[in-house]
Design a protein around this ligand. Structure first.
Ligand code: AMP
Ligand code: MG
Length: 400
């Protein structure tokens, strides 16, 4: 069966079976007919596509409109920084207050979402860190266009790292949020997942039983299609095309964090190629081009090294999104530990040398469409280590 593009703009999303373009028409279909309908819109800096299976056109359109409104509203609310030409979003105002050392008005709903993110941050051992807003801004990754081409001042990065910003600084009341230190929050590593979860809720509210919501290659499915699972492609982090494909179980979310999404290249010293020292004795090195991407290691303040992409499958978009970012930062050496502490069952990590790491449960369900450039490396199963119980010792009773 040939590969058929389900979402032409999203390389990562391919329908690999039973979904060619002849049965996705939205015209002249009776409501009773099972048909695939899809409707893209632009939100959160990416194309979003709502795909339904078996819904009538009116229901599909109404649900998609509500999903579009939800995405637009969430993007406005959670925009971390005030844009010159836009009204103040709620998080932008909170950040302004927290940076000025003031407590800020919030709502129970906003606080609930921020607490959910804090909980995920804790599970990730701080590698997903929504209190990273100032670092992201310092690097210039708070925007998707006009990225910088030089590195920020190392002293600024060091000062932000030394301040040890994390969600543990935050304090909530029913209607406010404050921080023990000036801090700026950025939910960019979590928000798309949260939005996709809300979109699935909306499809369910409309009585739709089969479909998926995809945003820039990240997605969550609802039900199945003709009792066949949705089959989805995972983008190759180097070059274009599909690295692997996977069948999704009803309700599952698949999110990928990649170093190809937002980055700039800059010339840096190649420490493996020393040159003759300068006249004043300063060591000199040949220059090399290095990629600086938008996923920052909260421990160093620099883009996480060694990972090209991480794909997570779990039963919730928000968790999958946060975990993809966290495991990207954890990298080839530490991802298993973080996956276990976040309760993630399926992981594929591709490192910058093209090696593909995956856990046995992922290996069982994934099909490589392209040979990975490097080796395939299977981890141990992702289960928490059981601490052996020490049998209680029987202390002999001393005679009375
Ligand atoms: P994602 O593409 O989901 O991995 O999210 C990346 C975005 O999240 C970046 O553009 C930043 O806004 C933000 N971010 C970068 N690094 C981190 C991190 N370690 N923890 C939390 N958010 C981050
Ligand atoms: Mg993420």
């Amino acid at each position: 069966m040939g590969l058929a593009m389900l979402a032409s703009f999203a390389l990562a999303l391919l329908a690999l079976s039973g979904c060619d373009s002849s049965n996705d028409s939205t015209t002249n279909q009776s409501p009773a007919q099972t048909l695939i309908q899809r409707q893209p819109f632009f939100a959160m800096g990416t194309m979003v596509e709502v795909v339904t299976y078996g819904a009538d056109k009116k229901t599909h359109t109404a649900a998609t409109r509500e999903i579009e409104n939800t995405f637009t509203e969430l993007a406005k609310t959670w925009q971390p920084w005030q844009k010159a030409d836009a009204p103040h979003g709620k998080l932008a105002r909170i950040n302004q207050d927290l940076l000025a050392g003031r407590s800020s008005l919030s709502t129970e709903k906003l606080n609930r979402i921020m607490l959910e993110a804090s909980e995920l941050s804790q599970q990730s051992r701080g590698l997903f860190n929504p209190a990273i807003g100032q670092l992201v801004q310092t690097w210039g990754f708070d925007r998707s266009v006009d990225l910088p081409n030089t590195l920020p001042d190392p002293a600024t990065i060091k000062a932000l790292i030394d301040a040890n910003h994390g969600p543990h600084l935050l304090r909530y009341t029913a209607h406010s949020i404050s921080s023990l230190k000036p801090v700026a929050l950025d939910y960019g590593a979590f928000l798309k997942g949260y939005a996709v979860d809300r979109a699935i809720d909306i499809l369910r509210d409309y009585g739709i039983e089969g479909g998926l919501v995809e945003a820039g290659g990240d997605l969550r499915v609802l039900g199945s299609k003709d009792e066949q699972p949705w089959r989805i492609g995972i983008r190759n982090p180097r070059g274009s095309g599909v690295l692997a494909s996977i069948s999704m179980q009803p309700g599952e979310a698949m999110f990928t964090s990649g170093d190809y999404e937002r980055y700039f290249e800059a010339e840096v010293d190649d420490l493996s190629k020393p040159l003759a020292p300068a006249a004043d004795g300063t060591p000199r090195f040949a220059k090399t081009k290095q990629r600086f991407h938008h996923i920052l290691d909260p421990r160093t303040g620099y883009p996480a090294m060694g990972t090209a992409s991480v794909t997570i499958i779990t039963d919730e978009g928000a968790k999958a999104d946060a975990a993809a970012t966290a495991l990207f930062v954890a990298g080839p050496g530490k991802w298993e530990k973080v996956a276990v502490s976040m309760g993630i069952q399926y992981v594929l990590l591709v490192d910058t040398d093209g090696n593909a790491y995956l856990n046995p449960a992922m290996a069982e369900r994934i099909k490589f469409e392209t040979q990975p450039e490097g080796s395939l490396l299977l981890s141990a199963p992702l289960v928490a280590k059981v601490v052996p119980q020490v049998a209680p010792q029987v202390v002999p009773q001393a005679p009375e």
